[in-house]
Design a protein around this ligand. Structure first.
Ligand SMILES: *Cc1c(COP(=O)(O)O)cnc(C)c1O
Length: 318
């Protein structure tokens, strides 16, 4: 593997670098929700980030650490969703030109969100695979820094500050449920838990309708899977090497169906006063599916994001 793993020291550096830009996010427990689960349940509110998702921690860490000789060159990445907003947000913060390439027929709201952050959006490629190939060629032509959505130690170290906050507040957690798409969040959770909370179980959660990361983890080699989930944040069709290697330390990795994620999204709305996007409700869906195992314990759920689409919002209320 060409990329090296981030260390716990890198996470401490990241915390110092992002502190001036992002306040700590709240983590609350809600008595009605805890009653339903039968465990003291803490919700880590990444839905309150300025871009509506935890990824901005990684974006700010990576861009703030670009070498000084990066000069006026830009950054370039590909994504349809929260990764794009994270990089665009961080690039604007540090005055670096940013281009985001999206596959054909993108969600107009997502294009608008990225453009509003000052980034240039280019549409290219029928699928993400073709988009990635185009971006690689474009990077060589321009001399920009290509930012992978997941095989980036600085993204993982930045995202890991979420877990540093979590375990600093609650060193006594028995388990944490982390939603998985590309795996940066779960990799970050493993990295921090191993260093500061080794007895806490870290459990990855993915949709059964897009199980590439889960199936790769189970089989020990990267596999591709179709994407049929409507939970954008979890919709990844292939495995990323760096997060997969760190995710070896996961205690378990479970799949949940989209219907159960939808039900959990509604529970977060009514019992935790929280508007979550579907991906951010997957941890609660997994916990509810196997709550007997956690009775009487202290459990944290990462509510990873708030960027529900208008269609998702409509469905949530009917
Ligand atoms: C990206 C994302 C995830 C999945 O995180 P990975 O680091 O890609 O595994 C989950 N929820 C939301 C809201 C996201 O934006």
């Amino acid at each position: 593997m060409p990329t090296t793993s981030p260390s716990f020291t890198d996470v401490l550096h990241a915390a110092r670098l992002i502190a001036p830009h992002l306040p700590e996010t709240p983590m609350w427990s809600y008595p009605v929700l805890s009653g339903r689960v039968g465990a003291e349940t803490f919700v880590k509110h990444e839905n309150t980030q300025p871009t509506g998702a935890f990824k901005v921690r990684g974006g700010i860490n990576l861009i703030s650490r670009l070498p000084a000789d990066h000069g006026k060159a830009g950054v370039l990445t590909y994504s349809t969703g929260n990764h794009a907003q994270s990089i665009a947000y961080a690039a604007r913060l540090f005055g670096i030109p940013c281009t985001v390439v999206m596959p054909e027929n993108p969600n107009p709201a997502k294009v608008a969100a990225v453009e509003a952050l000052g980034a240039t959006v280019e549409i290219k490629g029928a699928t993400m695979v073709e988009t990635a190939e185009y971006v690689t060629a474009l990077t060589e032509e321009r001399g920009d820094r290509l930012i992978s959505p997941a095989d980036e130690p600085d993204l993982i170290a930045g995202v890991a500050t979420l877990y540093l906050e979590m375990f600093t507040r609650r060193p006594d957690l028995d388990a944490v449920f982390v939603p998985v798409g590309s795996g940066t969040g779960a990799a970050a959770a493993c990295l921090v838990a191993r260093a500061v909370a080794p007895r806490c179980r870290v459990i990855g959660v993915q949709s059964s309708l897009a199980p590439a990361a889960h199936d790769s983890w189970r089989s020990g080699e990267p596999v591709r899977r179709p994407i049929e989930t409507v939970a954008d944040g979890l919709a990844t069709g292939s495995a990323f090497a760096l997060p997969q290697s760190l995710m070896r330390d996961l205690d378990d990795f479970v799949l949940v169906h989209d219907d159960d994620i939808r039900a959990a999204q509604r529970v977060l709305l009514t019992e935790a006063h929280t508007l979550s996007e579907l991906a951010g409700a997957a941890p609660l869906a997994a916990l509810l599916a196997r709550k007997e195992e956690f009775t009487g314990q202290k459990v944290a759920l990462v509510c990873s994001g708030a960027n529900a689409s208008p269609a998702e919002l409509q469905r949530l209320l009917t």
